[in-house]
Design a protein. Structure first.
Length: 283
C-alpha cells in the first residue's frame, strides 16, 4: 500500500518535522538525482533490476508529497545520456519500469492535478516508450498543480548544445545569424526547462558527491543536499529533512546575507504551518 496512506498524527516523527517547515519559504523547484538502486539490490543479494523496481515507490511518494506541500516543480533524473553504457537487459528493464509507472500512476497524477513533462533527447527512446510517454504528457497537459519533469536520456551538456543549436537554427531561418549574440536569457529560454524557475534545492541520494551531468546550467545557485540514503529507501521523512536543511541555508547569490528573520526558533508557531501539516494528512 502507498506509504502516504499513513495519517500524520501529533507526536509522529513526520508531524514533528513538518512543524519545523516554513510554508512561506518552500523551495519552488526541487531536483533529485535518484541514485543507489543497484547498491540497494546488491546489499540484499538481489539483481540490480530489483533495485530499480524498488525505486518506483519512492518516486510515487515524492511526487505526492511535493504536490501536497505546494512545491511548484519537481525534476527527477531517471536516465542519463551516459546510462546507455549499462547492460542492455538493465536498460530494457528501466524502459519497462517507466511504462509501468506511467500506466500505474496516470489516474493518480490526474487526480492530484500533476502535469508531466519529459526532458532529454527523447528521439532516442524505443518507439513504444516514447509514445506512451508522449501520451501521458499530453493527457496531463492541462493540469495546473505540481509540474513533474522526468529527465530521460538527459544530459546537461547535451541540453546546452541542443539549446545553442536551436538558437542558431532559428537565426539562420530568420536571417539574423550575422548579428546573433548569445546571452543568459536567450540560452535559458531555449533549454528543455525554459518554462521553469531554476532548482532551489538539488537532492542526491546514495552519498555520491557529484552532479553526473544533471541540469548543469540551471543549478548555478541551487542548494545541494546529499544524503546517504539509497533511492529505494527514500521516504517522505527524507524529503522533509532535506527541506528543513534547505530552509537553514543562507542563500546569498554572491551578495550579502538577508536581514535576520523575525522567528529565531527552529520550530514555527503551530498556526503558521497548520495548513502544511493538514496538506500532508490524508483524509
Ligand atoms: C540510479 O541507481 C538509477 C539510474 C541511474 C537509472 P543506480 O542504478 O545508478 O544505482 P547504483 O548507483 O549503481 O547503486
Ligand atoms: C545519475 O546516476 C543518473 C541518474 C540517477 C539517472 P549514475 O549512477 O548514472 O551516476 P554516476 O555514474 O554514479 O556518476
Ligand atoms: Mg548510480
Amino acid at each position: 500500500m502507498n506509504a502516504l496512506l499513513e495519517v500524520l498524527q501529533p507526536g509522529e516523527p513526520d508531524w514533528e518535522l513538518a512543524r519545523t517547515i516554513d510554508p512561506d519559504r518552500l523551495p519552488a523547484h526541487i531536483a533529485i538525482i535518484m541514485d543507489g538502486n543497484g547498491r540497494w539490490a546488491g546489499r540484499r543479494r538481489l539483481p540490480r533490476v530489483a533495485g530499480h523496481q524498488a525505486g518506483v515507490g519512492p518516486v510515487r511518494n515524492t511526487v505526492e508529497t511535493c504536490g501536497r506541500l505546494g512545491v511548484k516543480v519537481l525534476t527527477l533524473y531517471a536516465f542519463s545520456v551516459e546510462n546507455w553504457k549499462r547492460p542492455r537487459a538493465e536498460v530494457e528493464t528501466l524502459w519497462r519500469l517507466l511504462r509501468y509507472y506511467l500506466r500505474q500512476e496516470l489516474p493518480e497524477l490526474q487526480k492530484n492535478d500533476v502535469r508531466l513533462q519529459a526532458i532529454g533527447r527523447l528521439d532516442a527512446l524505443p518507439a513504444p516508450v516514447r509514445k506512451e510517454l508522449e501520451a501521458a504528457v499530453e493527457a496531463t497537459s492541462s493540469n495546473r498543480g505540481l509540474l513533474v519533469n522526468l529527465a530521460i536520456n538527459y544530459g546537461g551538456r547535451a541540453e546546452i548544445i541542443d539549446a545553442v543549436n536551436a538558437i542558431l537554427e532559428g537565426a539562420r531561418l530568420d536571417g539574423s545569424i550575422s548579428s546573433l549574440k548569445l546571452d543568459e536569457e536567450l540560452i535559458a529560454s531555449n533549454l528543455y526547462t525554459a518554462s521553469c524557475p531554476d532548482p532551489d534545492l538539488l537532492i542526491r541520494t546514495s552519498g555520491e558527491m557529484r552532479i553526473s551531468n544533471f541540469l548543469l546550467w540551471q543549478i548555478a545557485y541551487a542548494e545541494l543536499y546529499v544524503t546517504g540514503t539509497l533511492w529505494p529507501d527514500f521516504t517522505r521523512r527524507d524529503l522533509l529533512e532535506a527541506i528543513v536543511e534547505y530552509q537553514k541555508r543562507d542563500r546569498r547569490y554572491g551578495g550579502l546575507s538577508a536581514p535576520p528573520q523575525r522567528h529565531e526558533s527552529a520550530e514555527l508557531p503551530p498556526k503558521r504551518n497548520e495548513a502544511l501539516i493538514e496538506a500532508l494528512r490524508l483524509s
